[in-house]
Design a protein around this ligand. Structure first.
Ligand code: ADP
Ligand code: MG
Length: 258
């Protein structure tokens, strides 16, 4: 099935994208559009190609065929991973990658001043403007009270928020977040939902998730991925009531049993 055609304000476009790994089609004729400012949730069973889709957008891997564009006419398929990152596409992987021996504050500072090097980031004078920006980010991710704590001492959920904060420090136009609620407590998951909702409109956000309570909390439009292409798209209720979606998930449950 085809995805909704792009609005003039679209930020991300994938058209007929395919990617095989040793003959296995992980992404198959995938067409996907996202509007600027949108908070989109992508769900789908294990192995549906969700993370591979992010690998393709961020330039970690190259498509075998198809178009991937950022904004109006920036072709992402020819750019390197760092170049794509510099364009304003930030990605959060499933496992948090924070500097555990540095404080929460320093972690954000390192991201803010990343391009100036580690030495500069830690030992140069911090302007009041930058300090304010760091606290603003810490507040956004609910870690302002933890600013002096070493990142290694944070809970799993707090580390995830810190990493989201580190991404925000780079002021990305598009934020890609892969399974943020994995391993979180219910309370942390709910807070993560609130955090993502608070970013809506300021950034375009693509969230991959399979915790349906969480999806229900944050979702506007949901895209269901299956065998590397879009199976269906709509509101949470629409996709949950879709017969094809039910089959895919029920089919998977049966397979998991043996
Ligand atoms: P999801 O994130 O939806 O669970 P993935 O995108 O991780 O799924 O994987 C989709 C399929 O592609 C899986 O069968 C996976 O084993 C395969 N795959 C993903 N990346 C690679 C890779 N680098 N090399 C070989 N196979 C891969
Ligand atoms: Mg994945």
């Amino acid at each position: 099935m085809t995805s909704t055609p792009p609005h003039p304000e679209f930020i991300l476009l994938l058209e007929n994208v395919s990617k095989s790994f040793e003959g296995f089609k992980a992404i198959s004729n995938l067409t996907f559009y996202m509007d600027a400012g949108e908070l989109r949730v992508v769900i789908g069973p294990n192995g549906a190609g969700k993370s591979t889709m992010l690998d393709l957008i961020t330039g970690r891997i190259r498509p075998d065929a198809g178009k991937i564009e950022f904004g109006k006419d920036t072709d992402l398929t020819t750019l390197s991973e760092p170049a794509i990152n510099r364009l304003g596409i930030g990605r959060k992987f499933q496992t948090p990658a924070v500097y555990i021996d540095h404080t929460v504050f320093e972690n954000i500072r390192l991201s803010l001043e990343g391009s100036r090097g580690l030495w500069n980031a830690l030992f140069s004078r911090l302007t009041a403007q930058r300090r304010d920006r760091i606290y603003e980010i810490l507040k956004t991710v609910s870690l302002d009270a933890k600013s002096g704590v070493k990142a290694g001492a944070l809970s799993h959920g707090q580390k995830q928020w810190l990493e989201i904060g580190m991404l925000l420090a780079q002021n990305p136009r598009l934020l890609l977040v892969d399974e943020p609620a994995a391993g979180m407590t219910d309370e942390e998951t709910h807070k993560t939902g609130e955090l993502l909702l608070s970013l809506e409109g300021r950034h375009s956000i693509l969230v991959i998730e399979h915790d349906m309570t969480f999806v229900r909390q944050i979702a506007r439009k949901v895209t269901v991925l299956h065998q590397g292409s879009v199976l269906c798209e709509g509101s949470v209720d629409e996709v949950q009531n879709d017969e094809r979606v039910r089959e895919v998930y029920l089919g998977r449950k049966k397979k998991d049993k043996h």
